[in-house]
Design a protein around this ligand. Structure first.
Ligand SMILES: *Cc1c(COP(=O)(O)O)cnc(C)c1O
Length: 429
């Protein structure tokens, strides 16, 4: 595979952009190799600047459930753009999108739109702290909620203590308010509740940022009960799983209603758009109705909202969509599992709607410690060999993969063949 243009582009980018990328995972640091510079996308495919074609299982890290260059999203965006790119004043579009989301997500009475998932979770936590009147929060090891200070925190030395900053520049004074519990482990949550003065719990109910690790049902039910017992606000971060795991996100799998939900990725149809919503009683504390400050120059941007609205309307209109996507994702994971098994390689796989994940691991993965026990070296080689075969997978062992509506069984089968060949090649090296 010829990648000279990407190599040159990467070198040039590094002269003027830190690390050559505007989001660190794009640099391929954990898998080695050169990040491909993308020229364009079309349906299920990416084309790099050297003209190589890749079957894209990253889909912009989740947003593009209808694939690249969806015609109706393009038209909706162009139409909006022709009326003006931004007003800093309300539009009817925002109301329409809010209505669609509220209809589909229990516990969401009111919405507020922002431009990134990071903003959505940061604002939801501020609101939850204001509502509960308490500063301490609980997050889970391996869950990612964007890069705001309170959330860039990893577990401290003991399990049930407050965390320590996971990045330089995050003050200890912030991280001491963030308790880090273990995913799928209610006892660790209870310990945090007993130690801190917990105002809110934030969780990815279907965790997609340590690989794909869904919460167990009893765990989420127990989490809801603990929040009720201690009077804490429960936030479901559905920035990834919303409109991805199912039309109703995690609510399609669990009978648990959170107090606040955060959205992003799919709701923007590929444009920068995110949001958070929840019970009226909590949302009404938000400015201008209440005193909790939150704002944004480009929040609810008409072009982004038009793209998102088009995506959501198309998704809703296609009744069999999620079943079809889940079939494709299951076919892919079953295929990978078979190819691995044939060659004596341990592989754990998981599917939730259009989301899929796999770990080179002999143990079932239920939390971040389990995930970390996976063979990341093997994954790095696998990633490289799949890429050489035109299969574009997320460039980290701890990410979720995505299928999109333009994908076919034939494309999935090609990826399975590539998987077999790649594993074979690694074994023979
Ligand atoms: C992607 C993601 C975020 C952050 O969203 P950005 O738009 O990248 O800021 C937050 N939470 C979850 C669960 C995500 O997957």
């Amino acid at each position: 595979m010829q990648i000279l243009h990407s190599v040159n582009d990467f070198n040039e980018a590094k002269q003027v952009i830190v690390g050559g990328v505007n989001s660190p995972v794009r640099a391929f640091k954990s898998v080695g190799g050169i990040p491909r510079f993308i020229d364009r996308g079309e349906g299920s495919y990416l084309y790099d600047v050297d003209g190589n074609q890749y079957l894209d299982f990253v889909q912009s890290w989740g947003p593009l459930i209808l694939g690249h260059c969806n015609q109706m999203i393009i038209e909706a965006s162009i139409n909006a753009l022709q009326n003006g790119s931004s007003f800093g004043a309300p539009t009817e579009l925002e109301t329409a999108l809010a209505k669609e989301i509220i209809l589909l997500y229990n516990g969401v009475d009111k919405m507020r739109f922002v431009s990134s998932g990071t903003e959505a979770t940061m604002s939801a936590i501020r609101l939850a702290r204001a509502y509960s009147g308490r500063d301490d929060i609980i997050k889970f090891e391996g869950c990612y909620h964007g890069h705001s200070d309170s959330l860039l925190v990893s577990a401290g030395s003991g399990c049930a203590t407050f965390g320590s900053p996971s990045s330089p520049g995050v003050p200890q004074d912030f991280s001491k308010h963030t308790y880090v519990a273990r995913f799928n482990d209610l006892d660790s949550v209870r310990s945090c509740f007993e130690l801190g003065n917990i105002g809110c719990v934030i969780i990815e109910p279907i965790a997609g940022n340590m690989g794909l690790v869904p919460a167990e049902n009893e765990f989420l039910v127990g989490l809801r009960a603990l929040c009720d017992e201690f009077g804490a606000v429960l936030i479901f971060d559905e920035v990834m799983s919303g409109f991805r795991a199912s039309l109703n996100g995690a609510q399609g799998y669990y009978d648990v209603v959170p107090d606040l939900v955060t959205f992003g990725k799919v709701i923007g149809g590929g444009m920068p758009l995110a949001g958070f919503g929840g019970k009226d009683e909590i949302m009404k504390l938000l400015s201008p109705v209440g005193d909790v400050y939150q704002a944004g120059t480009l929040s609810g941007n008409p072009v982004a909202v038009s793209a998102g609205l088009s995506a959501i309307c198309q998704i809703k209109a296609d009744v069999g969509l999620y079943a079809r996507l889940q079939d494709l994702a299951s076919r892919l994971m079953d295929g990978f599992a078979q190819e691995a098994q044939k060659r004596g390689i341990a592989l754990q796989t998981c599917v939730r709607g259009s989301m899929f994940g796999f770990f080179f691991n002999s143990k079932e993965v239920k939390n971040f410690d389990d995930a970390r026990g996976s063979d990341t070296q093997f994954f790095a080689s696998f990633h490289q060999k799949m890429l050489e075969r035109g299969i574009y997978l997320a460039c980290s062992a701890f990410e979720t993969g995505f299928v999109c509506s333009t994908m076919t069984q034939e494309e999935i089968d090609r990826a399975i063949v590539a998987c077999g060949e790649s594993i074979e090649e690694i074994i023979n090296e």
